[in-house]
Design a protein around this ligand. Structure first.
Ligand code: NAD
Length: 481
């Protein structure tokens, strides 16, 4: 019999690791077996007030540090993440249910992102100072916006926390971060490491539900900017709520990425790509390859390659060992949500070529699933399932493929698979998404912007564009007389 160790975690506020003010706690589960693995503070509005007061107290001194000083702190955090990579990866596996191989891939990326923003902190540019009027010299200052509220999702908890805090801290802001109430463990461990590095109040991490803790951050008058990575409904709510105080909003929301496969694509390569891009992290990825749209000359050959490729995925509890390639989805609610999409699709006439059910009685699993026979208006084509499910549609030609690809409310990421450079270039131009891959799907880079169009939100994570989003521009004008 295995005994699960339940670890207690605390919030980071004003440099101290603290319980919730009213002493409330929440149990955190391992989705592969439903066992309790951690206990965290359950926050209220009082915790929001305390964290924002701590951030306010640190704002001026952190905002006055040099980029080189902020670089040093971020590099120290990158090193701490590297030193504790094994422990952080284990927390990510236990809390999200992802395979250890995936968590091990994510950890070096997390350190790299911190290092990228450490260096990028020193590169901010503005127009040259000069006499745009003969009697005045002008220049532009890039300043931190102040107190930044950041709200993260459950699918890549540690990486999303780093995507948020790294550019905000690099540019001299102070942060109040709320991880997802479902997967806060790795972020709270990151907070413990950060407590040793950053001055008190610069980074505050508080846990709790979207309402009251997220809502409390979003509606607080002292917060200058709110950054959410999460679902479209939460993003819309935040944009509306932020309008009351006209605070700035940065929204990385859902996706429904199309995979356009043209006749001249290599079906084996596409199938190998989709085996990863559609099912990595159990499909709980905002850029996951969810809608395959194939032209007639490749449709059948693609399915012949895709079905056995996906059927060969090793699904199971990540604790079973290194061979596991796909774990459960994150929670019982998410499992029910995904299975609900599948039931309704089948009721509407869709075919299940593979999967379609939970597959296991313990843990929150969904089998890798391939769905065909769905129209463009089908719920499963239009809505974000956020699970290990891919639809495959046959279209008349390349023009219809692009039209179908663009015909969803989302605009985060897309891919096109063809050997024809002209067709690829045309697709890059016409696909209405914040990222377009050619003959690949999923990779991202610290140096390149990540962010969507349409209902996938606005604002960019990663790259120097994120630095712009977390700064404000001030014109200074000096009378030369
Ligand atoms: P969610 O919107 O349910 O929750 C996200 C966060 O918002 C959580 O921390 C939650 O507590 C908080 N929240 C909920 N209601 C709130 C409110 N009223 N005020 C303030 N905060 C509130 O999303 P989720 O289910 O945790 O994550 C999955 C979603 O995130 C998917 O839609 C996915 O596509 C998206 N996502 C997007 C990206 C991207 O980069 N675009 C990356 C990862 C995930």
């Amino acid at each position: 019999m295995s005994i699960t160790v339940v670890r207690e975690f605390r919030n980071l506020v004003g440099g101290e690791l603290v319980d919730a003010i009213d002493g409330g706690t929440r149990e955190i589960l391992n989705p592969a077996n439903g066992e309790v693995i951690g206990r965290v503070p359950e926050g209220t509005q009082a915790d929001v007030e305390r964290a924002i007061a701590a951030a306010r107290a640190a704002r001026v001194s952190w905002g006055s540090t040099t980029p080189a000083q902020r670089m040093d702190a971020l590099l120290a955090l990158a090193t701490a993440v590297e030193v504790h990579a094994d422990e952080l990866a284990a927390l990510e596996v236990a809390n999200v249910g992802k395979p250890r191989s995936l968590a091990d891939e994510e950890l070096p990326i997390c350190s790299d992102e911190l290092r990228f923003f450490a260096g990028a902190a020193r590169t901010m540019h503005a127009p040259a100072a000069g006499e745009y009027s003969p009697t005045h010299t002008s220049f532009v200052r890039r300043e931190p916006v102040g107190i930044v509220g950041q709200i993260a999702p459950w699918n890549y908890p540690l990486m999303m926390a780093i995507w948020k805090i790294a550019p905000a801290l690099a540019t001299g802001n102070v942060v109040v971060l709320k991880p997802s109430e479902i997967t806060p463990l790795s972020t709270l461990r990151l907070a413990e490491l950060a407590a040793e590095i950053f001055p008190p109040g610069v980074l505050n991490v508080i846990t709790g539900e979207g309402d009251p803790v997220g809502r409390g951050i979003v509606t607080h008058r002292d917060v200058a900017l709110v950054s959410l990575t999460g679902s479209v409904p939460t993003g819309k709510w935040i944009a509306r709520a932020a309008a009351d105080s006209l605070k700035r909003v940065h929204l990385e929301l859902g996706g429904k990425a199309p995979v356009v496969v043209l006749d001249d694509a290599d079906p084996a390569k596409v199938a190998a790509g989709l085996r990863v891009a559609s099912f990595c992290n159990s499909g709980q990825d905002c850029t996951a390859a969810t809608r395959v749209i194939a032209t007639p000359g490749v449709y059948e050959a693609l399915l012949e390659e895709l079905v056995p490729a996906v059927a060969s995925l090793h699904v199971g509890d990540p604790a079973e060992g290194a061979a596991i390639e796909m774990g459960p989805v994150v929670s019982a609610a998410q499992q029910q949500r995904v299975l609900g999409f599948l039931d309704r699709a089948v009721d509407g006439g869709a075919n299940l070529l593979l999967g379609g059910s939970a597959g296991r009685s313990t843990g929150y699993f969904v089998e890798p699933t391939i769905v065909t026979g769905v129209g463009q208006d089908a719920e499963i084509v239009q809505g974000e399932v956020f699970g290990p499910v891919v639809t495959v549609q046959r279209v008349a030609d390349a023009d219809e493929a692009i039209r179908f690809a663009n015909d969803v409310p989302y605009g985060l990421a897309a891919s096109i698979w063809t050997r024809d450079i002209g067709r690829a270039m045309n697709a890059i131009r016409t696909l209405d998404f914040g990222c377009v891959w050619v003959n690949d799907h999923l990779p991202f880079l610290s140096e390149m912007p990540h962010g969507g169009f349409k209902e996938s939100g606005y604002g960019k994570d990663l790259s120097t564009y994120a630095l712009e989003d977390y700064t404000r521009v001030k014109h200074a004008m000096i009378n030369l007389d």
